[in-house]
Design a protein around this ligand. Structure first.
Ligand code: PA5
Length: 412
């Protein structure tokens, strides 16, 4: 069953009813499924993922859980955002599982100094995730934290507490892992960072946090094979592309629960790095409602209409609060989740008056299964929209420029 439903009732039909574009988008999806291009390995990966990879990840995750109360995940961009987004959406690590902490996603000495102080008295293991193995942020944090672990545990024990996830064959992390004897997992060569949600790079730390990774992958697998779903679901890519052609420049991802904030960050990375090329692309932004209605709500309602909205509307939540009598007769006795659902309707009604184009994604529930479906759906949407735009959604040539400038300044 599909956990994601596309609701285009608040978008103008001219943006989604172009049948020729829909047919083209479906053909692009078909082509992607042939997996004949560079970096399209992710498309069928949920079906192809070897069973022994799953059991190996779970076995090593058990071992890590027995050794530590904090797992430090070092990685940046596609090499950590999926992990952080899923864990945050699910409400943190499961009871009895280590807390997952993140390093190597910035170059701030202040952050890393504070980070070391936070983990000082804990039992830690470290999972370093880098497809290339050479990313500056990950290298820096890995060397600093590894040195700190040498002092705490000694070199031999440290090596037993490190899991490295990288390219199967190349890169300095692969070389070091082979030399030092770290446990390793692979990010398959034909899968890039932001499309790696169902690889060990994301799923191994999820397993340590107690996330049911079998169900997570099953969500992705089921939606990837659901032909009926894609007949309708492909319209998200079609609508985004038509809105871009009509002059919209920004897609604002909106959610009504702060636990989805990192899903918003994950979307910014997926869509921004995949589509912003050759002078084209939608700038992805994200807002938490109702929090940001008290700031950006003004801009959305009356500001320059360079944007359209994509609303993540979660239908079922497993926790709720009833408003007590002290809140006043108009609110007393109501469920907060129901009030939040009314906020979705109310905000959409207000924005419709301002003629804002809105795409609603109804998400049945935030669970391992639902998140697996959602992430895969968004990955496919990004790839198909990129192809409709005529760019390569799987490279990131622009990212190299700033890296080179930093290397120049460091005299490398
Ligand atoms: O999507 C991407 O390719 C990037 O965001 C990468 O994930 C990020 O730059 C980290 O790269 P690496 O895993 O090689 O360290």
């Amino acid at each position: 069953m599909s956990m994601v439903k596309l609701d285009l009732a608040k978008a103008d039909a001219k943006y989604y009813s172009d049948e020729a574009k829909r047919a083209k988008a479906l053909a692009i999806r078909e082509e992607l499924r042939q997996d004949k291009e560079d970096f399209t390995g992710w498309v069928n990966w949920p079906t192809e993922l070897p069973a022994e990879w799953m059991s190996d990840m779970k076995r090593v995750a058990d071992d890590v859980r027995s050794k530590c109360d904090k797992l430090i995940v070092i990685g940046i961009g596609g090499s950590y955002l999926g992990t952080a987004a899923v864990i945050e959406a699910l409400g943190g690590s499961k009871p009895g599982c280590p807390e997952i902490l993140y390093a190597g996603n910035n170059m701030s000495g202040h952050y890393l100094a504070d980070f070391k102080a936070v983990v000082e008295d804990n039992e830690v293991c470290l999972c370093v995730v880098s497809k290339s193995g050479g990313t500056m942020e990950s290298r820096l944090a890995f060397s600093v934290l590894k040195d700190w672990m040498y002092e705490k545990y000694g070199r031999e024990e440290t090596a037993k507490r490190i899991v490295a996830i990288t390219d199967p064959k190349k890169g300095i992390l692969r070389e070091e892992s082979d030399k030092e004897g770290y446990v390793t997992f692979e990010i398959p060569g034909n899968i890039g960072g932001r499309y790696s949600a169902f690889t060990p790079g994301i799923m191994f730390p999820l397993a340590v946090a107690g996330v049911d990774i079998d169900t997570f992958v099953k969500g992705a697998k089921d939606i990837s094979l659901d032909e009926e779903f894609w007949q309708e679901g492909i319209k998200y890519a079609v609508t985004r592309h038509s809105l871009l052609e009509a002059g919209k420049q920004i897609e604002v991802f909106e959610y009504y629960d702060p636990s989805l904030r990192l899903i918003g960050e994950w979307c910014k990375q997926l869509f921004g790095e995949s589509e912003g090329k050759e002078g084209k692309g939608l700038f992805p932004a994200s807002l938490t409602f109702s929090t940001d209605l008290h700031s950006m709500g003004q801009f959305l309602q009356e500001g320059s209409q360079v944007f359209f909205e994509t609303i993540f509307n979660v239908l079922k939540r497993d926790k709720d609060v009833t408003v007590p009598a002290s809140a006043g007769a108009d609110l007393a006795g109501k469920s907060l989740n129901e009030i939040n659902a009314m906020a979705v309707r109310g905000v959409m009604a207000a924005h419709a008056k301002a003629d804002i184009q809105m795409i609603k994604l109804d998400i049945e529930e935030i669970s391992e299964y639902g998140l697996g479906q959602l992430l895969y759906f968004l990955m496919m949407t990004s790839a198909v929209t990129g192809k409709l735009m005529g760019i390569d959604p799987f490279n990131q040539p622009g990212v190299e420029d700033y890296k080179q400038e930093i290397r120049n300044l460091l005299g490398q």
